[in-house]
Design a protein around this ligand. Structure first.
Ligand code: GUN
Ligand code: ZN
Length: 438
């Protein structure tokens, strides 16, 4: 077999082929001494190390002793909030006023946006995250800066300019017409350019007029394959405010539904204070719930009901929600997800947790034909986890005898230190901007 553009990686390999909820044993493939073969950045095969014989002249990169998993997918994060992560003392609505809005104001400056975008992407990659669904700010330049930085690294990023035409400071306000036009220009410039995808991004119902929500629906109708991202039912005061602003609505989610914003490729962060009818509607529409546990705990928003989400058949994925969230690490995010489930008396199994951070999120985004596992033809984005990353992890790992136990330790005790390497379309990534920004 010709090996032009061929790469091989040897190590333990894990990927998912189905949701562990449908039966754990059949949901994944694991090769203790495995090899991942890529051609031109895409998966040719993943299997036992004996597969090497197919390409005898390709010397594998040696990741023996480590675990190769598909790159993590962060389905909800605000790059412009990087500089206000861990801001003290407020809950959602006052936190937005006091911290988020002033921080986002600076993104009218393209140089600032570029600098933060580079740092943000470095941070994703250091944490093993290879795909993210990202809020920029209201400024179209902020989306341009992120897309340009992601294009230079060949990253699969979904992002959009925030739409926000009321109930926010003047300096962050667009209009229904300008938001529509700016989004349309960004879609033309970036959507499906290389690996980039556009998401129409109304911040949340309280900061958009009905006309702006209508225009958001129009953008989705007019552009094939474009996503929608927003927030819903995060905080009790927010829910009460939405009921006042949209008195005709049955529920907060119903506001989005009324404007055609509930469909496949719609991703709603939080989804905490929903009822059964809302969940059923999410499932029917093919929309996804992004569970953001570090943010929900940090902002005191509430506990996402993972069991009810699964029972409704809704697509569920995981998000860090930085800067409301407190870590870029999907491992740390999974550990908080585990604790949130515990508060409801359920255990999030380590296999399901890793599924949610990889194939589950790819499915939620309708991107599972491209990313999320190592089936043939998938894009070669992967993360290499080190069981010896810290003295405690190494010590505790020595006492395990199953894959599930090891995964659980990575998610409970791991963070960026446990990520040995991150590869994008086969290429190992090294932080770019880090040296100048420390
Ligand atoms: N709701 C509206 N805007 C935001 C935001 O920036 N972060 C979070 N966590 N919730 C929001
Ligand atoms: Zn958010």
């Amino acid at each position: 077999m010709a090996t032009v553009g061929a790469q091989a990686f040897r190590g333990s390999i894990l990927h998912f082929v189905d949701d562990p909820l449908h039966g754990e044993e059949r949901s994944f493939e694991y090769f203790d001494d495995g090899v991942l073969l890529l051609r031109d950045g895409r998966v040719e095969a993943a299997g036992d190390a004996s597969l090497r014989a197919a390409w005898p002249e390709v010397e594998p990169v040696d990741y023996r002793g480590k675990l190769i998993v598909p790159g993590f997918i962060d389905t909800h994060v605000h790059y412009a909030q990087t500089d206000m992560i861990a801001a003290y003392g407020e809950q959602l609505l006052t936190w937005l006023e006091r911290y988020a809005f002033p921080t986002e104001r600076r993104f009218d400056d393209p140089a600032h946006a570029r600098e933060v975008a580079e740092f943000f992407l470095d941070e994703l990659l250091r944490n093993g995250t290879t795909t993210a669904m990202v809020f920029a700010t209201v400024h179209p330049e902020s989306a341009d800066a992120l897309f340009a930085a992601a294009a230079a690294r060949n990253l699969r990023i979904i992002a959009g300019k925030v739409l926000m035409d009321r109930n926010c400071p003047e300096f962050l306000r667009d209009t229904a017409a300008s938001g529509y036009e700016e989004s349309q220009r960004l879609i033309e410039r970036w959507h499906r350019r290389g690996r980039l995808l556009y998401a129409v991004t109304p911040r949340f119902a309280p900061t958009s007029t009905e006309e702006q929500l209508r225009q958001a629906g129009r953008l989705l109708d007019e552009h094939d394959g474009v996503f929608l991202q927003s927030h819903v039912a995060e905080n009790r005061s927010e829910v009460a405010w939405v009921a006042q602003l949209f008195p005709w609505s049955r529920s907060y989610l119903d506001v989005y539904d009324r404007f055609g914003l509930l469909r496949s490729r719609s991703v709603y962060a939080h989804c905490i204070h929903l009822d059964a009818a809302d969940r059923m509607r999410m499932a029917q529409a093919g929309a996804a719930m992004s569970f953001c546990p570090t943010s929900n705990l940090f902002l005191g928003s509430g506990l996402f009901d993972l069991e009810a989400a699964a029972a409704s058949g809704t697509r569920v994925c995981i998000g860090t929600d930085v800067g409301g969230g407190t870590s870029f690490s999907m491992l740390r995010t999974l550990s908080e997800a585990y604790k949130v489930a515990q508060m409801a008396g359920h255990s999030l199994s380590p296999l399901r947790a890793f599924y949610l951070a990889t194939l589950g999120s790819a499915r939620a985004l309708h991107l599972d034909a491209l990313i999320g596992n190592f089936e043939r033809g998938r894009e070669g984005d992967f993360t290499v986890l080190d069981p010896q990353a810290t003295p405690l992890l190494a010590r505790r790992m020595r006492q395990t005898d199953s894959l599930a136990e090891r995964l659980f330790l990575w998610m409970m005790l791991g963070d960026d230190r446990a990520v040995s390497a991150t590869h994008v379309m086969g290429q190992r990534q090294s932080p770019r901007a880090a040296a100048s920004q420390r």
